[in-house]
Design a protein around this ligand. Sequence first.
Ligand SMILES: Cc1cc2nc3c(=O)[nH]c(=O)nc-3n(C[C@H](O)[C@H](O)[C@H](O)COP(=O)(O)OP(=O)(O)OC[C@H]3O[C@@H](n4cnc5c(N)ncnc54)[C@H](O)[C@@H]3O)c2cc1C
Length: 408
Amino acid sequence: MGDLTLLTDDHHELMRDTVRDFAEKEIAPVASQYDESEDFPWENGAKMSAIGLFGIPWDQVYGGAGMDLLALCIAVEELARVDASHSIMVGAHSSLASSPIARWGSDEQKDRFLRPLASGQVLGGFGLTEPGSGSDSAAMRSTAEKKGDRWILNGQKTWITHGGVGEIFMVGARTSPGIGGDGITAFLLTKETCDLDDAKRVGFGHLDALDPMSGFTAGQKLRKLGWNASDTRELIFEDVEVPEENVLGEVDRGFQVFMDTLMGGRIGFAAHALGIAQGALDQAIRYTGEREQFNTKIQDFQGVRFMLAEAQTRIHAARLMIYHAARLRMEGKQHKKEAAMAKLFASEAAMDITTVAVQLHGGYGYSREYPVERMMRDAKITELGEGTSEIQKIVISHEMLKEYARIA
Ligand SMILES: Cc1cc2nc3c(=O)[nH]c(=O)nc-3n(C[C@H](O)[C@H](O)[C@H](O)COP(=O)(O)OP(=O)(O)OC[C@H]3O[C@@H](n4cnc5c(N)ncnc54)[C@H](O)[C@@H]3O)c2cc1C
């Protein structure tokens, strides 16, 4: 991996060792089985909760580990190195569901919602995307109308990670007619997990004290190319009564909560890509070191070595970009462009490097016998979720041209 001591400290490297060890022992043996069955990995979720992986960056007062965003990225990277359906459990829960409450929530909201999330009692989700609004998320159609001291929510979200298994969600709805993001409000909603029996069996994922809201339900599981063990569903709101104290941030100003969350989320999302790429390269190094053709280890062919060298270089660059963007956010510095560049670069590297890893396994790479085909399928989502590559380029070009205009 090389010396990273300029960017990480002992705590970060201890986190890496702990999560790597956990992922090798508990996830690697079952990853392909969960990919095949498309079941949510409840047993491993409970184990991850027990070692504190669901509250890494949050205050110990709320049951978190009191670490930071870089530690979260490293944990996500190490989980994704073995299996991205497991890493997204921690990523979506922490970066998307818990982070807006930690950054924007009142003390009372943190007590009610961040505590069960950070202490790993229940899983959370983030509901922005709708059937008609993805990249243009401000065009959402879900509405919330004020009636007395309650908001009545109606509408639908789609592609929501943890839509079924989760119990606490931040969702957006239009509260006033407005242009773009104006007039959108962020709400905190609760429902019961769809897998109540599993949650009770493993002792993780359900809290009786969380009042499920009537009219708030999840649709059927969406079937996907990859991330098969991750639970992705629609969320449906039918006259859901939400008390006004569940508004996160200000009424009509919720879009900035979503955008701020995504800015940090992109750094964590890039860490999934980095982990997938590293995992694929590790597999390729192992396989090319064993496989012989023409009475030679294929790793000894210069053409093969060049492929490995190029992958290693891109992974190193992605890691530096991600850790640097994380440090900027942790220090409260501008990081919009750096987060977008890290996500763009890491996700394209993951797609290319997993494809190279399949190539280097030859026909075996195309079989389910080796994990590289799963890694290649899992890599694709990193170019799509939390803003597609095209959206990252829009953000990067907008930010860079602003900087150039300031200089000129
Ligand atoms: C497995 C999975 C999990 C997800 N989890 C969540 C979640 O937890 N919460 C959540 O809210 N959402 C989630 N999403 C949704 C995800 O964020 C969206 O799919 C993504 O933002 C793209 O939106 P879209 O699918 O509507 O595509 P579209 O916005 O319709 O884009 C289609 C194509 O058009 C391109 N395009 C769009 N606009 C432009 C433009 N201005 N210039 C150039 N090209 C453009 C896009 O880049 C893309 O290539 C998830 C998606 C998946 C697949």
